[in-house]
Design a protein around this ligand. Structure first.
Ligand SMILES: NC(=O)c1ccc[n+]([C@@H]2O[C@H](COP(=O)([O-])OP(=O)(O)OC[C@H]3O[C@@H](n4cnc5c(N)ncnc54)[C@H](OP(=O)(O)O)[C@@H]3O)[C@@H](O)[C@H]2O)c1
Length: 250
């Protein structure tokens, strides 16, 4: 299926590894010019090489700690100076942060900064040009909300979903779509540190109807669709890609 993405431009945060890397590769394979940002320069370099060798559209890479106060402004300015305009924004950088029931203030603040504020601020930096061009697709990679233990990142991501819904209500008239994508357990370094192979197998057998954790490519497939013109009537929604792991029908 042609996603009609050829020639569009995108910013992807957290592009160096995991879901962001897979999303960047998938968009590049669809001939999207991606501004790929993260902290790890070696990984970003290898991403660029990998895409070049597989015939995708070579990304522009940008090394930036997203937690820095001026990161949103710097990323937006550099992306606009590279491509002139941005069609797609994928807010993906983040880190799962399980905490005790009384978590340290610094940990809560760090999660709210990385997993909520910086995405909101980067989006706000790019909104004027989306609105001026009356065109744009924003996709937020969120998280599971129904955890039974405290995870600051999941709280920040829940905030993203609410904010995303609010934005979609106001931006539809500008031709801008805003959606969220909720991964279940996907096999990346972020998640691997919490499970041994045996624990993963036992958990998947018990909790995931499709029998195992997902692959980053499973998220990239849905992400590419949601930011594409094929999804032109989809906004303000949360797409779930979790092998059936959620316990709720709604
Ligand atoms: N995998 C899952 O099962 C799962 C489930 C629910 C939600 N998620 C969400 O999906 C997103 C991607 O997760 P993942 O599993 O792909 O994680 P990952 O493999 O650990 O990758 C995280 C990405 O975020 C970037 N990042 C983290 N902190 C950063 C910072 N301070 N500045 C710049 N970049 C930063 C990392 O860049 P560097 O490595 O270059 O620092 C990396 O590219 C996250 O928001 C996560 O919360 C994942």
């Amino acid at each position: 299926m042609d996603l009609y993405l050829n020639g569009q431009t995108a910013v992807v945060t957290g592009a160096s590894r995991g879901l962001g890397r897979a999303i960047t590769k998938e968009l590049a394979a669809e001939r999207v010019k991606v501004f790929a940002t993260g902290r790890n320069e070696d990984l970003l370099d290898s991403l660029k090489t990998e895409i070049r060798e597989t015939g995708g559209t070579e990304p522009v890479i940008f090394v930036q700690d997203f937690v820095a106060a001026d990161a949103p402004e710097k990323i937006a300015a550099a992306a606009l100076s590279s491509f002139g305009y941005i069609d797609i924004l994928v807010n993906n950088a983040g880190r799962s942060r399980p905490l005790d029931v009384i978590g340290a203030e610094e940990e809560w603040a760090a999660s709210m900064t990385l997993d909520f504020d910086r995405h909101r601020q980067l989006t706000q930096q790019l909104l004027p040009q989306f609105m001026e061009r009356r065109h744009g697709a924003i996709l937020n990679i969120t998280s599971t909300y129904e955890l039974r233990s405290v995870n600051a990142s999941a709280v920040a991501k829940a905030g993203i979903v609410v904010w995303s819904k609010q934005l979609s209500g106001q931006l539809g008239r500008y031709g801008i779509r805003v959606n969220s994508l909720q991964p279940g357990l996907i096999d990346t370094e972020n998640i691997r540190r919490f499970f041994t192979d045996e624990q993963r197998k036992a958990y998947a057998e018990r909790e995931i109807p499709l029998g195992d954790f997902g692959e980053a490519q499973d998220i990239a497939n849905m992400a590419a669709f949601l930011v594409s013109p094929r999804a032109k009537y989809i906004t303000g929604t949360v797409a779930v890609v979790d092998g059936g792991g959620r316990h709720y029908a709604f």
